[in-house]
Design a protein around this ligand. Sequence first.
Ligand code: ISL
Ligand code: CA
Length: 645
Amino acid sequence: MIQLSKDSRLGDIIDHPVGHDMCYRLLLELGLNPLLLKNKLLRRLRFRTLAKFSRGQLDDAFMESFFRLLNIEKERPVNRTGEPTPAWWKEATIYQIYPRSFCDSNADGIGDLQGIIGKLDDLKALGVDALWLSPIYRSPDDDNGYDISDYYDIHEDFGTMADFDELIAELEKRDMRLIMDMVLNHTSDEHAWFQEALRDPQSPKRDYYFLRDVASPKRITDKNFHAHGHDDLSPPNNWTSFFRGSAWRYFPDEELWGLHLFSKKQMDLNWESEALRDEIMKILHFWLEKGVSGFRLDVINYISKAEGLPDGNETIGAMLSFYGIEHYVFGAKLNEYLRDMQARAFTPYRAFTVGECPGVGREMSKLLAGEERGEMDLVFSFDHLENPGFTRWDDYCYDLNYYKQYMINEQEALGSNHWMSLFFENHDNPRMISKVNPDPSVREQLGKLLALLLFSMRGTVFLYQGQELGLVNEDFRSMDDIRDVESLNYYQEKVAEGKEEQGWRDVMAGSRDHARTPYPWNDQPYAGFSSVKPWIESSSSNRSNHLKAQQADEQSIWHFYRRLIDIRRRHKGLVYGDVKFMKKKKRHYWACYRTYGDKRYFIEANLSDKPIKRPTGKPQGHLIISTHDRHKRTLQPYEASIIEL
Ligand code: ISL
Ligand code: CA
């Protein structure tokens, strides 16, 4: 295997899986079109020539970090041809529930397990096959359950283990499955392991975390660190947290630094520890024994950190606004750790796994979830959620033409041994309709278009609660309405920089709370979510689009989703069929064929809010589903349909 270096041609770098995905991200970050990766002239350039034009940005230190990251990975993905192997999770529609905000059964303003159990018939009526629950384990809720303090117990706000067992049984009765959210990159600082590790220098648990003593010579580069009042001390390296500030928290009593990539109460676990990995296997077995069908693995690509925890590169840090990421985004032992879990926990139970992998793109996903790899089944990657040049905090209108280009790129480059996760929403992102076009008069049309685009591609569809109602972003009035630790910290940082107004605008654009407000069930107070004031409140526009009204209206977004799920169940060609896009360059026009055995489908859509001419004339065939009931020569704004040929 050749080592890549600054003398390599860009083409060779792009043909490397990590090189490809990193260059893709880099272009997005720079606001450039990722299609550039296919440019023949560019592919022939040597990296150092490119670096020369970067006005010193891509300096030697940058190149060293960049190529170190690339050269860790020695393997190349393989693309198989032929038909994909059938699997239940490829055909399934998986529905994500954010338990705090789904349904409150005991009038404390917080959603819970009995609330979910009471609504299973509605979910069955929609047609979903499996539920993915955001974490329901014991937690002090610094990050709403993504900070687990006991992996073997249910959060008291959500109920008891008996409620959980009842949920499993009720799901089984309805032929539905359960997928648990498993957070293994970090635990809460209140977890017994961490408490013991902190208190007792002799404890083997000390090795479960990254705890370092004060006598570290390195200086922090993060300007906000000083705002936290540790002026005289320096953390072990310059890594920063995704939730702002240094990634190191100082424990004054013990004179120790602890690493946390997320909030300061989410302490990173050290996977080098074999004893820790054994504990993790036990946890996985415990839930598999209870009858769960699989796991969504939280930030699983971050679990392998570079030896010695070296400083992050300044250029990469400045570019991504996170320092140190190159030292854990795709660590040297990641594949090994995943295979270990697969062999010891998932395979024996035939469990399904989807790994949440921020920063991982198409080619790295093939290494993490290729059928022959023995690691995971699926990956969530996020390169499609924002347009090039924008981040989640930016207030802009998402151009669906980028999504089209992204999907063409993905669907045409995957082998039959690869499978894609299809999603627009989750608990970490604003609502997709609002991102694309916040005009309330197009909400229904646009909601249906997005639904049809999801269900007509090759991959597994994941829905997030409320997406099937076409919910939109909230009109929060002030920071008092915001609950999320990420938004709160982000805003604090802006205030400290004297950019209060900017902070509020950014939070309104990107806050994760937009997706975390109560599910609207009916026209009762609080939309039937609870009989008391909920822990976070939603706007009247979302409350009025409640489930009950949509179930009563055959034309609603909810019925449109219900029909799509049903169609996908009856037409396996829409799941497994080969994908071929047409008229790729025609702006706003989406057209593709799906072929499976002797079945053929044509999917056509208008991605814009203006009518466009059908380039091919009116398609012939049997209309399976359409956002508009009559086919005309022009495609109406956001019109979309599936035709069986
Ligand atoms: O980009 C992000 C932070 O800047 C978020 O979208 C998110 O933190 C990231 O994708 C990782 O998400 C997962 O792990 C976090 C948790 O807060 C998220 O809710 C979870 O989905 C830490 O456990
Ligand atoms: Ca409750």
